[in-house]
Design a protein around this ligand. Sequence first.
Ligand code: NAP
Length: 433
Amino acid sequence: MNTPKIRVGIIGAGFVGSALVQLLSDESRHVALVDAAMAPLEVVGVAVRDPKKVRPGIDTRLITSDALALAKSEGVDVIVELAGGVESARSYVEAALSRGVSVVTANKALMAECGTALAQLANQNGADLFYEAAVGGGVPILRSLRTSLAGERIERVMGIVNGTTNYILSKMTDEGCDYHSALAEAKALGFAEADPTADVEAFDAAQKVQILSSLAFGTELRGELISREGITGVRAVDIDYATRAGYVIKLLGVAERVGEHGISRRAHPTLLPAEHPLASVHGALNAVFVEGAKSGPLMWLGQGAGGEPTATAVLGDLLYVARNKVNGRHDVPFSVDDQLLSVDAGDVASAFYISLDVRDEPGVLASVAGVFGHNDVSIQSMEQSGIADEARLSFLTHCAVTRNVHATMDELSKLESVDCIGACFPVIDGRVS
Ligand SMILES: NC(=O)c1ccc[n+]([C@@H]2O[C@H](COP(=O)([O-])OP(=O)(O)OC[C@H]3O[C@@H](n4cnc5c(N)ncnc54)[C@H](OP(=O)(O)O)[C@@H]3O)[C@@H](O)[C@H]2O)c1
């Protein structure tokens, strides 16, 4: 083939970057890659923080510690940003896009923080910006939303988009262990970082659901804070209750239409009916469930992390971008719908599971029920369990406005007979209404 080579600069050679270099240098895939890209791809530089580190499979002559110079280089046609973080990654990506050099990134934090601005910059300069691996790692959900479902009216997107928390919750469900021992095991097996805050407090899931929402509905990516609750408060007793009631507790990222112009985006532990397709997603797997007006329900499932699965998604983007470059075209990353309004999580209605640790004494149930009643939260079922220090009341409510449920929790937490609010999690698609 006489087509000029597409010169690729890679920033970051960690788990994903090094796996990408390996995929690109696999001789057995060479012809397939050239066909898919409509041109040979050549890695012309790999930027890292520490150029002295030994990096098997990467030609030392390609290594540089000057990522910005690589992003600005005239000798690069596509930049692949796999360094992570926001500030420095943003400077590399902007340097490339502002010169019309296309960018592929796996960086969800960067996209959630400034995706709108980067998409505008790409479009103004005739460059591509692709970020498939930023949500769901190796699960090709973003391209599906961007192309296959581009004409569909999507009603709701829900995802198990954080493998660490799904591993921990699966462990608690399958083996009955508590949160702390499940987290310790996740760390020992490499499914959780030494500091797991971003995962277990749902910051990661919140960023990913914003990216899903931008492609499904046209919401902006400007670092907006959305409603978020992590899994640190999920107790073995909640898992046990959910199981007996026919539910599974999952950390879900949810983006859905509310009325004609409203979009609610949030990430929180959720009770899902055991028969829901997302309920059977175990371990560190990721899955995204999309409900379209005409397509009906659709689901994507796979490896949400790991060098090779993630690099596969990055490579798919790179091949697409190369083909666009050969054909002299570029795609619009996503279109913003100016008419959309962000709906406050408090205004969303849902059924809830609520668990209260209470004093083991007469009259408690009546006082608790009264608080539910005057806050307009109707109880669908109630279970009393445990004795003495372990006395507990568990409720499933009918559909109620979240703000009213939170007001109920505030008031209940002030009752002398309530020791603590154990859990207050929404129920999605449940049998309660
Ligand atoms: N790992 C996954 O499973 C996964 C899944 C989905 C998305 N992602 C995303 O993919 C990206 C890369 O993740 P990773 O797991 O491969 O990270 P990683 O293993 O920590 O690797 C980061 C790489 O970037 C280099 N680097 C860091 N800061 C840099 C800077 N300012 N300038 C130049 N190079 C810099 C590091 O250099 P040194 O090697 O010298 O330290 C390292 O090679 C992140 O945005 C992450 O969120 C990862």
